[in-house]
Design a protein around this ligand. Structure first.
Ligand code: HEC
Ligand code: HEC
Length: 89
Protein backbone atom coordinates (compact mmCIF):
# COMPACT_ATOMS: atom_id res chain seq x y z
CA UNK A 1 0.00 0.00 0.00
CA UNK A 2 2.77 2.43 0.89
CA UNK A 3 4.32 2.02 -2.57
CA UNK A 4 1.17 3.27 -4.37
CA UNK A 5 1.49 6.60 -6.15
CA UNK A 6 -1.41 9.05 -5.67
CA UNK A 7 -2.47 8.38 -9.25
CA UNK A 8 -2.83 4.64 -8.65
CA UNK A 9 -4.90 5.29 -5.58
CA UNK A 10 -7.22 7.54 -7.56
CA UNK A 11 -7.81 4.87 -10.25
CA UNK A 12 -8.70 2.41 -7.56
CA UNK A 13 -11.21 4.89 -6.11
CA UNK A 14 -12.85 5.44 -9.48
CA UNK A 15 -13.23 1.69 -9.94
CA UNK A 16 -14.90 1.40 -6.56
CA UNK A 17 -17.20 4.28 -7.43
CA UNK A 18 -18.26 2.58 -10.66
CA UNK A 19 -18.94 -0.66 -8.85
CA UNK A 20 -21.05 1.13 -6.26
CA UNK A 21 -22.99 3.01 -8.94
CA UNK A 22 -23.64 -0.15 -10.93
CA UNK A 23 -24.80 -1.89 -7.80
CA UNK A 24 -27.11 0.98 -6.90
CA UNK A 25 -28.70 1.02 -10.36
CA UNK A 26 -29.25 -2.72 -10.32
CA UNK A 27 -30.68 -2.53 -6.82
CA UNK A 28 -33.12 0.21 -7.81
CA UNK A 29 -34.28 -1.72 -10.88
CA UNK A 30 -34.81 -4.74 -8.71
CA UNK A 31 -36.78 -2.80 -6.10
CA UNK A 32 -38.94 -0.84 -8.55
CA UNK A 33 -42.42 -2.30 -8.31
CA UNK A 34 -43.13 -4.04 -11.61
CA UNK A 35 -46.41 -2.98 -13.20
CA UNK A 36 -48.67 -5.99 -13.02
CA UNK A 37 -49.17 -7.06 -16.63
CA UNK A 38 -52.28 -9.19 -17.02
CA UNK A 39 -51.74 -12.53 -18.71
CA UNK A 40 -53.56 -13.15 -21.96
CA UNK A 41 -56.68 -14.94 -20.75
CA UNK A 42 -57.04 -18.61 -21.59
CA UNK A 43 -60.62 -18.47 -22.88
CA UNK A 44 -62.50 -18.98 -26.14
CA UNK A 45 -61.51 -15.53 -27.46
CA UNK A 46 -57.84 -16.25 -27.09
CA UNK A 47 -57.64 -20.00 -27.55
CA UNK A 48 -56.44 -19.77 -31.19
CA UNK A 49 -53.42 -17.67 -30.20
CA UNK A 50 -51.87 -20.14 -27.81
CA UNK A 51 -50.38 -22.43 -30.46
CA UNK A 52 -49.46 -19.79 -33.00
CA UNK A 53 -46.05 -18.19 -33.38
CA UNK A 54 -46.10 -14.91 -31.44
CA UNK A 55 -45.73 -12.71 -34.51
CA UNK A 56 -48.62 -14.48 -36.22
CA UNK A 57 -50.87 -14.20 -33.19
CA UNK A 58 -50.16 -10.51 -32.62
CA UNK A 59 -51.60 -9.62 -36.02
CA UNK A 60 -55.03 -10.53 -34.69
CA UNK A 61 -55.07 -8.75 -31.35
CA UNK A 62 -56.31 -5.48 -32.77
CA UNK A 63 -59.33 -7.22 -34.32
CA UNK A 64 -60.84 -6.99 -30.85
CA UNK A 65 -58.52 -4.71 -28.90
CA UNK A 66 -58.06 -1.93 -31.46
CA UNK A 67 -59.55 1.52 -30.87
CA UNK A 68 -63.28 1.52 -31.72
CA UNK A 69 -63.39 -2.25 -31.19
CA UNK A 70 -65.25 -4.18 -28.52
CA UNK A 71 -62.30 -4.31 -26.10
CA UNK A 72 -60.05 -1.29 -26.65
CA UNK A 73 -56.76 -0.96 -24.76
CA UNK A 74 -56.95 1.12 -21.60
CA UNK A 75 -55.97 4.79 -22.00
CA UNK A 76 -52.83 4.39 -19.92
CA UNK A 77 -51.63 1.38 -21.89
CA UNK A 78 -47.89 1.31 -22.73
CA UNK A 79 -46.84 1.35 -26.41
CA UNK A 80 -48.55 -1.80 -27.71
CA UNK A 81 -46.23 -3.05 -30.44
CA UNK A 82 -45.49 -6.60 -29.35
CA UNK A 83 -48.47 -7.73 -27.28
CA UNK A 84 -47.07 -11.08 -26.31
CA UNK A 85 -43.73 -9.82 -25.01
CA UNK A 86 -45.66 -8.33 -22.12
CA UNK A 87 -48.87 -10.33 -21.97
CA UNK A 88 -47.74 -13.88 -21.27
CA UNK A 89 -49.79 -16.76 -22.46
C1 HEC B 1 -61.94 -12.48 -30.76
C2 HEC B 1 -61.69 -11.24 -30.07
C3 HEC B 1 -60.34 -11.11 -29.35
C4 HEC B 1 -59.09 -11.24 -29.90
C5 HEC B 1 -58.72 -11.53 -31.35
C6 HEC B 1 -58.15 -10.99 -28.82
N1 HEC B 1 -58.82 -10.73 -27.66
FE1 HEC B 1 -57.99 -10.28 -25.85
N2 HEC B 1 -59.84 -10.10 -25.02
C7 HEC B 1 -61.06 -10.30 -25.70
C8 HEC B 1 -62.14 -10.13 -24.76
C9 HEC B 1 -63.63 -10.26 -25.11
C10 HEC B 1 -61.56 -9.82 -23.50
C11 HEC B 1 -62.23 -9.53 -22.18
C12 HEC B 1 -62.84 -10.76 -21.61
C13 HEC B 1 -61.84 -11.82 -21.36
O1 HEC B 1 -61.09 -11.73 -20.36
O2 HEC B 1 -61.77 -12.77 -22.15
C14 HEC B 1 -60.13 -9.81 -23.70
C15 HEC B 1 -59.20 -9.54 -22.72
C16 HEC B 1 -57.82 -9.50 -22.90
C17 HEC B 1 -56.85 -9.18 -21.89
C18 HEC B 1 -57.17 -8.71 -20.50
C19 HEC B 1 -57.07 -9.82 -19.50
C20 HEC B 1 -57.37 -9.28 -18.14
O3 HEC B 1 -56.94 -9.94 -17.19
O4 HEC B 1 -58.05 -8.26 -18.01
C21 HEC B 1 -55.62 -9.28 -22.45
C22 HEC B 1 -54.27 -9.02 -21.78
C23 HEC B 1 -55.80 -9.67 -23.82
N3 HEC B 1 -57.15 -9.81 -24.07
C24 HEC B 1 -54.77 -9.86 -24.71
C25 HEC B 1 -54.94 -10.23 -26.03
C26 HEC B 1 -53.85 -10.46 -26.95
C27 HEC B 1 -52.37 -10.32 -26.60
C28 HEC B 1 -54.41 -10.78 -28.15
C29 HEC B 1 -53.67 -11.17 -29.43
C30 HEC B 1 -52.86 -12.38 -29.35
C31 HEC B 1 -55.85 -10.76 -27.99
N4 HEC B 1 -56.14 -10.42 -26.69
C32 HEC B 1 -56.77 -11.02 -28.99
C33 HEC B 1 -61.21 -10.58 -27.04
C34 HEC B 1 -60.17 -10.80 -27.94
C1 HEC C 1 -44.83 -2.86 -23.04
C2 HEC C 1 -45.65 -3.92 -22.50
C3 HEC C 1 -47.01 -4.14 -23.15
C4 HEC C 1 -47.28 -4.37 -24.48
C5 HEC C 1 -46.31 -4.45 -25.65
C6 HEC C 1 -48.70 -4.59 -24.56
N1 HEC C 1 -49.26 -4.44 -23.32
FE1 HEC C 1 -51.26 -4.60 -22.87
N2 HEC C 1 -50.90 -4.01 -20.94
C7 HEC C 1 -49.65 -3.82 -20.41
C8 HEC C 1 -49.78 -3.43 -19.01
C9 HEC C 1 -48.64 -3.11 -18.06
C10 HEC C 1 -51.18 -3.40 -18.75
C11 HEC C 1 -51.86 -3.02 -17.46
C12 HEC C 1 -52.15 -1.52 -17.53
C13 HEC C 1 -52.87 -1.04 -16.32
O1 HEC C 1 -53.33 -1.84 -15.53
O2 HEC C 1 -52.96 0.19 -16.22
C14 HEC C 1 -51.86 -3.79 -19.98
C15 HEC C 1 -53.23 -3.91 -20.14
C16 HEC C 1 -53.86 -4.45 -21.25
C17 HEC C 1 -55.27 -4.73 -21.37
C18 HEC C 1 -56.32 -4.44 -20.35
C19 HEC C 1 -56.33 -5.49 -19.29
C20 HEC C 1 -57.33 -5.11 -18.25
O3 HEC C 1 -57.39 -5.86 -17.27
O4 HEC C 1 -58.01 -4.09 -18.40
C21 HEC C 1 -55.48 -5.27 -22.60
C22 HEC C 1 -56.81 -5.75 -23.21
C23 HEC C 1 -54.21 -5.31 -23.27
N3 HEC C 1 -53.25 -4.79 -22.43
C24 HEC C 1 -54.02 -5.77 -24.55
C25 HEC C 1 -52.85 -5.63 -25.29
C26 HEC C 1 -52.73 -5.88 -26.69
C27 HEC C 1 -53.87 -6.37 -27.59
C28 HEC C 1 -51.44 -5.59 -27.04
C29 HEC C 1 -50.81 -5.64 -28.45
C30 HEC C 1 -51.51 -4.80 -29.46
C31 HEC C 1 -50.73 -5.19 -25.84
N4 HEC C 1 -51.63 -5.21 -24.79
C32 HEC C 1 -49.38 -4.86 -25.75
C33 HEC C 1 -48.43 -3.96 -21.06
C34 HEC C 1 -48.26 -4.18 -22.43
Amino acid sequence: MTTQTPKQRKTWLWNLLFLLLGGAVLGLLWLAPPIATPYMPRDEHHAPYFDMPKKEAEKHCFECHGPEMSNPLPKNHPPPYRCLFCHRR
